[in-house]
Design a protein around this ligand. Structure first.
Ligand code: ADP
Length: 458
């Protein structure tokens, strides 16, 4: 790929802008195109760097579509853009490359820096964040980037020529679809469930896209994979990587960890994966264990994923003036029933579950099984409230019927809670009926919880 080529970057969000800036720095001609308006802040950044920008509907009459555009050009697509998009079809029809921002960044890495690639349906962010922190604890210069938030291109642009860094990349299937040059020293496919089938159509196609990561592992590298995923890939006859392959077996407690810093079997798998990666990169077993054990861990968990609000159990005073200790957990990231079940499996203590938001069409019935285990009460809220009440009617003695919005439900749960209870926001729904996104929902919930603690802790 000529470094002086012409690039159209489709999507003026974080990753598109980062790719545009990186390409421009390398001497390319760049134009950013967005379907919607481009904010003034973004326009300012682009103008300052001599990067062109255009709103999609205005492009049709421009030189790109009228045939005066340079023959040598490539399209950089943001992950949210469908490959059915008209620009993508136009590029393909003209035999022009269609690449991701990850692909762009991979062209400009210095030769001292190595990459780790992590994908899967669930647990990507946790594993990427844990891996980067574990490597940092061992003195390595590690960056968590990609789908986790900071664009890979931004990191690559800021790494100096002689810097020896490890880029720990969280990769979504959307990003993998248009990536091919990336070479990783270690890769992982954590798990695969039916997801994003609106884009990939079939599970096989989804697996094929995720599997691309396995083939981006260097021959001297390590590929870590869930046993079922490996089995399915073999059954489909997908090409196998040349490197060492390790099955992610979380029942095998390799580091003999007694009291893990992250709750639940799912996190055991995530941390196991991160630890295998770290070991491959030369981190000692002693450091791996220190980071994993709760007492000695320095891991700073990601917010909104089984996040304990406050540092320990919060102390409240009940109506009779008695003290009670309640744990408040923010799992706002759990936007489907599957994730909520994972959260419920992580507790032995009695749980008061805040369940609701904008329904996604999942059935809530599997949640009812936990009334036999740890659920003491479910507090349905938001747009999904009526569906939840209807579906869970057979266990009606566990249902609160009164609430409408999240904070009303939370307030009620706190009022009714007993010493030792867990109040868990693991809503199994998206947040858009009441909030901008799951982060906003989690922040509102956390602020509520912290303000209640201030009001009543001793
Ligand atoms: P991702 O980045 O893939 O969306 P996260 O690390 O942000 O994943 O976790 C999101 C949710 O997925 C968690 O709140 C939890 O409910 C569930 N989860 C995390 N890790 C796993 C796993 N290994 N297996 C199954 N579910 C998981």
């Amino acid at each position: 790929m000529s470094l002086m080529g012409n690039f159209l970057v489709l999507g003026a969000a974080k990753s598109g802008i980062a790719a545009a800036l990186l390409l421009k720095k390398q001497g390319a001609w760049v134009c950013v195109i967005d379907q919607h308006t481009i904010s003034d802040d973004v326009k300012y950044v682009l103008t300052k760097q001599d990067i062109f920008f255009e709103i999609a509907e205005h492009v049709e009459n421009s030189r790109i579509f009228t045939g005066n555009f340079a023959a040598d050009w490539a399209l950089v697509v943001s992950p949210g853009i469908s490959l059915e998009n008209e620009f993508v079809r136009f590029a393909k029809a003209n035999q022009r490359p269609v690449v991701s921002e990850i692909e762009v960044a991979s062209w400009f890495l210095n030769d001292k820096t190595v990459c780790v690639g992590i994908t899967g349906t669930n647990g990507k962010s946790t594993t990427a964040s844990y891996t980067a922190q574990l490597l940092a604890r061992a003195g390595k210069n590690a960056y968590a980037c990609g789908n986790i938030g900071t664009p890979f291109s931004q990191i690559v642009m800021n790494i100096s020529k002689n810097e020896k860094a490890v880029c720990v990349l969280e990769l979504s299937s959307y990003q993998l679809e248009t990536t091919q040059s990336l070479q990783c020293v270690c890769t992982a496919i954590l798990n695969l469930q039916n997801d994003h089938l609106e884009r990939h159509k079939t599970f096989e196609e989804y697996l094929r896209v995720k599997w691309k990561l396995a083939l981006m592992t260097r021959a001297d590298g390590l590929f870590i994979v869930d046993a079922q995923v490996l089995q399915k890939a073999r059954a489909l006859g997908l090409a196998q990587p040349q490197c060492k392959v390790e099955i992610l077996n979380f029942k095998n407690n390799l580091w003999n960890v007694q009291n893990p810093c992250l709750l639940g079997d799912h996190n055991f798998a995530n941390v196991m994966c991160a630890s295998l990666i770290a070991r491959h990169l030369g981190v000692s077993d002693e450091i791996i264990k220190l980071q994993w054990e709760k007492q000695t861990s320095q891991y700073v968990p990601l917010p909104h994923r089984l996040e304990r609000v406050g540092s320990f159990c919060q102390e409240f005073v009940d109506i009779q003036g008695r003290k009670k200790r309640v744990v408040i957990m923010n799992d706002s990231k759990a936007t489907n029933v599957e994730s909520t079940l994972v959260a419920l499996k992580s507790f032995d203590a009695p749980v008061r579950l805040l369940l609701g938001g904008k329904p996604k069409g999942d059935s809530y019935i599997p949640i009812a099984n936990f009334t036999q285990k740890n659920i003491v009460k479910i507090y349905p809220f938001g747009a999904a409230r009526n569906v939840i009440l209807e579906e869970l009617n057979p266990v009606h003695e566990f249902l609160s019927k009164a609430q409408t919005c999240l904070l009303d439900a939370a307030q009620q749960a706190l009022l009714e809670s007993c010493d030792g209870d867990v109040i868990l926001l693991s809503p199994a729904c998206s947040s858009f009926d009441e909030f901008q996104n799951f982060e906003h929902r989690g922040d509102v919930f956390r602020n509520w919880a912290l303000s209640c603690c201030e009001g009543s802790s001793h």
